[in-house]
Each structure stands twice: as structure tokens, then as C-alpha cells.
Design a protein around this ligand. Structure first.
Ligand code: 5GP
Length: 235
């Protein structure tokens, strides 16, 4: 069957946590991974291309797409709309692709409702300080935008535990390896699934747990967190 191994993968993490960079590296290595191009009403950043990084549209155009039922999910983030166009997604899954949705936490909730088998990864920045530095390095963000993104980041980090996997982006190369391994393992699992064995895999970042708990008090203590490695995180 051609669709064996195809699946939907949510990739969330605060703005500036490094999702784009990691996905670029993965796509260089793995031609079975495709990243859905989202639609947004925000202005393009320097170097961003329409149709490649996002489909850049006006608010009116976006609202028309919502009305026409063209979006798999959409959310407001800051002042802008962001959404996933429905069209190519199911075809890609049927072709056996790993289809990555790089979306924020509200969109992730909507996707989980529609696709119970979706897998999800959350990318954690090494610290809020580093996150702030990265956001400032993007010269296109205004001071107000940076502040809002940092506040949103804290809320998003508080939702990290809803994800199957948490990857801390301490060293880019390690984060790429972790994400790649999650993809390859799940793909292999789907191909071998006839055995009925349960798929489980998890990452433990004991050093970072302290930081995570400090930032997001809702996250469980170290013992609970490390149990992630022993079971499917999606219970
Ligand atoms: P940015 O403006 O930094 O490109 O994106 C802001 C946030 O919107 C990021 O967390 C990004 O993952 C999220 N985002 C991008 N595309 C979509 C989408 O199609 N749907 C949803 N719900 N969020 C998205």
C-alpha cells in the first residue's frame, strides 16, 4: 500500500525557538518529510517568500478562506490570523509522507480533535533569555511584538506537556537528531504496525527539567517527566 508510513506531525514551540531551522535541516536529509505552507495575514519578514514560507494574504482574503471551509485549522496569534490550508494535506499522507504542521498551541488542539492519531513535538528554547535574544535578532519584530511574543511563549511552554515529545533546543545539531529520530521511529512503527506492538518513545532531559518547571509551574516534577520515556506520552 502506498500510504504506509504517512502521518501528520504537529511541531509547536514559541516563536524564536528554532522550528524553521530544524525543519530545513530535516528536509535536506529526508525527502519523505514535507512541511505544510501556512497562510497568514502578517507581513513577510525580510527574505520570506510568498508560497514558500507562507501564503501572505489580507485579512479579508483569510476570512473568505475560513468561510469557504478551506482551512484545516486556523488561529489568531497576536494581531494576525494563521491557518493550515486543507488542500494538500490528505494527499501527502496517502503518499506516505510525514506531513509537518508548524503551528501554535490552539491550532494543535484543533488538529488533535480532528486527527486522533496525530503525533506532536514541542520545541523548548534553552531559556527565556535565549528566546528573547533570538527574537531581538530578528530585526523586523517591534519592541511591542517582542514583548507579546515572550508573554505568549510563557503560556505556550505551559502547554508543552500536552505534546508527545518535548525537545529542548540547546544545541541545534542535537535537536535536529532528536526530531529526525522521532520521525524515523514513528514511520518505521507504522510500517511494522501489524505486529500490534505499542509504539513508545520519549526523551528525558533531566538537566533541563528544572528550568522547565521554573518557567512553567504546571509541568510535572522530574520523576513524572522522566516517565515519559516509559509510555506513550499521549494518554
Ligand atoms: P511567526 O509569525 O513567528 O512566523 O509565527 C507565529 C506563530 O504562528 C508560530 O508559533 C507558528 O508556529 C504559528 N503558526 C504558523 N503557521 C500556523 C498555522 O497555519 N496555524 C496555526 N495555528 N499556527 C501557525
Amino acid at each position: 500500500m502506498s500510504n504506509v508510513g504517512g502521518f501528520l506531525l504537529i511541531f509547536s514551540g514559541p516563536s524564536g525557538s528554532g522550528k524553521d531551522t530544524i525543519l530545513h535541516r530535516i528536509m535536506e536529509r529526508d525527502d519523505k518529510t514535507v512541511v505544510s505552507v501556512s497562510m497568514t495575514t502578517r507581513a513577510p519578514r525580510e527574505g520570506e517568500q510568498d508560497g514558500k514560507d507562507y501564503f501572505f494574504v489580507t485579512k479579508e482574503e483569510f476570512e473568505d478562506h475560513i468561510k469557504n471551509g478551506d482551512m484545516l485549522e486556523w488561529a489568531r496569534y497576536g494581531e494576525n490570523y494563521y491557518g493550515t490550508p486543507k488542500a494538500p494535506i490528505l494527499n501527502w499522507i496517502n503518499e506516505g509522507k510525514t506531513v509537518v504542521l508548524e503551528i501554535e498551541v490552539q491550532g494543535a488542539d484543533k488538529i488533535r480533535e480532528q486527527f486522533p492519531d496525530v503525533r506532536s513535538m514541542f520545541l523548548m528554547p534553552p531559556s527565556l533569555h535565549v528566546l528573547e535574544k533570538r527574537l531581538r535578532a530578528r530585526k523586523t519584530n517591534t519592541e511591542e511584538d517582542i514583548k507579546r511574543r515572550l508573554e505568549t511563549a510563557k503560556e505556550e511552554i505551559g502547554r508543552a506537556n500536552d505534546y508527545d515529545y518535548i525537545i529542548v533546543n540547546n544545541r541545534l545539531e542535537d535537536a535536529v537528531e532528536d526530531a529526525m529520530e522521532i520521525i524515523l521511529r514513528h514511520r518505521r512503527h507504522l510500517r511494522e504496525n501489524d505486529s500490534g506492538d505499542e509504539f513508545y518513545y520519549g526523551y528525558q532531559y533531566k538537566d533541563e527539567v528544572e528550568y522547565i518547571n521554573e518557567v512553567a509551574r504546571v509541568l510535572p516534577p522530574v520523576e513524572d517527566f522522566s516517565e515519559r520515556g516509559l509510555k506513550d506520552g499521549r494518554e
